[in-house]
Write a protein that binds this ligand. Structure first.
Ligand SMILES: [Zn+2]
Length: 88
């Protein structure tokens, strides 16, 4: 985890209202500090997207295809973006 990617990941949670919601109401954003924000449970690397917009488009497609609430996030562990499925 580099400082640059950590700051980008925190910045990705803005604006402040969203930041507060994601950290202190749903708690979803704390997951970014887990290694599983970067790798899958089976140890393989998660699909990485070079830009936020590409990750958002993929997340939207996954939501349509599989149902559920998928979201794109900046990974603090690498230079890319990943997709996660939120419980809430
Ligand atoms: Zn990553």
């Amino acid at each position: 985890m580099t400082i640059k990617n950590l700051l980008l990941a925190l910045h990705d949670q803005l604006p402040l209202k969203r930041f507060i919601k994601n950290f202190f109401i749903t708690g979803n954003a704390w997951g970014m500090f887990s290694k599983y924000s970067h790798i899958k449970k089976d140890g393989k690397l998660k699909q990485s997207y070079p830009t936020k917009i590409k990750a958002v488009n993929a997340a939207n497609s996954m939501g349509i295809k599989y149902g559920g609430n998928y979201s794109a996030y900046k990974c603090p562990h690498c230079d890319g973006f990943h997709i996660g499925k939120n419980k809430i």
